[in-house]
Design a protein around this ligand. Structure first.
Ligand code: MG
Ligand code: MG
Length: 248
């Protein structure tokens, strides 16, 4: 069942989302060649807890960290550890926060030092796809409009939309109905209504859209080893369009 949120609940989700966005600002300051992904994770966790909030991911189905950090061909669910970032890497950082019972969820793919023109185009395309999806996320539109807009941007650039992982409803739970695919047909699917809160999150590969999971049972990589990107915002559907909740 899809839970519609009251104005008050959306304001609480905005507070959670603001902490997520501020944690991303911290990540931007920390990103440099030589830093380990565990160091980034530790700083983010300390920041979240200092604001009387809880990292959504820590302990979720046994996930051991507060952030998911996925490098290059790693798409999502990478476990922070001793690996050091290198110039030329692209790094997807996914952060979730619970504040006063409500979740915020946002991911961003960052460049470490100078990256290749193709990698830069992947990042720009995926961010553009996210914003195109958000532009369709308003009352009266359908979920297929969101997915279609994202898919069009990605495929026009010659890249692939990941099929096996999708966005989701969000609120008191990190993952609520409905699923929000990054592909679809315009005019099809669930009718969007004010009070729906969604995590819209295009996941894009430069090569195949197929994925596999590494032996750590978490890290998802592109099946052909090509570079991947992931951009995500939590939004509320209003009468006047999408209200992005994960902004600083
Ligand atoms: Mg996320
Ligand atoms: Mg999400």
């Amino acid at each position: 069942m899809i839970v519609l949120k009251s104005r008050r609940e959306i304001e609480l989700m905005r507070q959670a989302g603001r902490l997520v966005a501020q944690a991303h600002q911290l990540v931007r300051e920390l990103l440099r060649p030589g830093v380990t992904t565990a160091e980034i994770d530790q700083h983010v966790e300390t920041f979240i807890r200092a604001h009387k909030a809880v990292p959504s991911f820590k302990g979720y189905r046994g996930f051991p960290a507060s952030t998911c950090i996925s490098i290059n061909e790693e798409l999502v669910h990478g476990i922070p550890g001793r690996r050091r970032l290198r110039a030329g890497d692209i790094v997807s950082v996914d952060i979730g926060v619970i504040y006063r019972g409500y979740h915020g969820d946002s991911a961003w793919t960052y460049a470490v030092g100078d990256i290749s023109p193709e990698a830069r185009r992947l990042l720009q395309t995926t961010e553009t796809a996210l914003m195109a999806g958000i532009a369709q996320a308003r009352a009266g539109k359908r979920l297929g409009d969101v997915g279609h807009a994202i898919q069009q941007v990605v495929e026009a650039a010659g890249f692939s939309v990941i099929r096996e992982y999708v966005g989701h409803g969000i609120g008191r739970e990190m993952h609520e109905p409905p699923q929000v695919p990054n592909y679809g047909e315009s005019g099809k699917g669930l009718l969007l209504r004010p009070g729906m809160t969604l995590a819209i999150e295009p996941m894009v590969s430069m090569g195949t859209w197929e994925t596999r999971v590494l032996h750590d049972q978490w890290t998802v990589v592109s099946a052909d080893g090509s570079l991947t990107a992931h951009f995500e915002h939590t939004v509320a559907i209003t009468d006047n369009g999408a209200d992005i909740l994960t902004l600083p």
